[in-house]
Design a protein around this ligand. Structure first.
Ligand code: ADP
Ligand code: MG
Length: 256
């Protein structure tokens, strides 16, 4: 059994009667989104509240949800284990994500079972939900939010891509933002599809294409502002050339 427990959280999880893999595995969790049934298995996420507090934890529960990696080319590795590895890497690169509290995996009756518990972000909402909320605000307040989001998401993504890591599922629902503006707290979540690429250029195209296609609250001008922060551009040539390549890529992708 491979297991990780966050030192400071082990006793709190025990208070919830989460003592070991078996007790966590046997929880009767309500999936918060429809279970993911790809990869020949199943994966879903459930939420639990800690007793006498407003703090939640999220549990990713997987059965035969494997991904082939260089170190596990045949059987693959549970995607929660891949995600756990990237949570550590993102942290190391100062890319804000989730705090892992527990990770474990086992093989039982030839089934690969895996779990990942993260600390709940209870003050956060997804980027698309946030835009719905802030569109109701007076113009100056909306503008503050809007410029903060464009700049900081671009900077976070740039740091990730400098390290040649591609998120690979950069939808607005995987960017969580603290609703208290003064906290200025943005997290990138769901790292199970993250992968290391040979060239930074591949990460840029793939992630920015995904984000722009789904972030319908950003118009073309907003996208240009985003790119100017992303490239820290003093002249517009780099942005122009990237925008052209991105357009071609997006066209090709949307034909598929
Ligand atoms: N620690 C967390 N705090 C807040 N919300 C979370 C947390 N973990 C997961 N979620 C919510 O659960 C959803 C599913 O989690 P995700 O990691 O995207 O799993 P999946 O691999 O099933 O897509 C997320 O989109 C997010 O809304
Ligand atoms: Mg997801």
């Amino acid at each position: 059994m491979k297991e990780y427990w966050h030192n400071d959280w082990k006793s709190k999880l025990h208070e919830l009667s989460l003592f070991d893999f078996e007790t966590i595995w046997s929880l009767d969790l309500q999936p918060i989104e429809p279970p993911n049934v790809g990869r020949g298995g199943e994966s879903y996420v459930g939420k639990l509240m800690l007793p006498n507090s407003n703090q939640s934890i999220y549990i990713k529960h997987q059965e035969n949800h494997q991904r082939r990696t260089i170190s596990h080319p045949f059987q693959g590795k549970p995607t929660t284990a891949v995600e756990f590895g990237y949570l550590k890497q993102y942290h190391h690169l100062n890319i804000p994500s989730l705090l892992p509290l527990y990770a474990g995996q086992r093989t039982k009756n030839s089934n690969h079972e895996a779990l990942l518990i993260t600390l709940g972000l209870d003050e956060h909402v997804s980027l698309d939900n946030l835009y719905q909320q802030i569109s109701q605000l007076p113009k100056t307040e909306f503008d503050n939010w809007h410029h903060f989001l464009l700049k900081h998401i671009a900077e976070i993504l740039n740091r990730l891509h400098q390290a040649k890591i591609q998120h690979s599922a950069l939808y607005p629902k995987h960017i969580l933002v603290n609703q208290h503006y003064e906290k200025r707290d943005i997290r990138i979540i769901d790292l199970e599809k993250s992968r290391k690429r040979l060239l930074k250029h591949f990460c840029q195209r793939r992630d920015i294409d995904c984000l722009f296609r789904h972030a319908d609250f950003w118009n073309i001008d907003d996208q240009q502002v985003f790119l100017s922060h992303y490239f820290k551009a003093k002249n517009s040539k780099q942005i122009e050339s990237f925008s052209k390549k991105l357009q071609k890529y997006t066209k090709k992708k949307s034909k598929k």
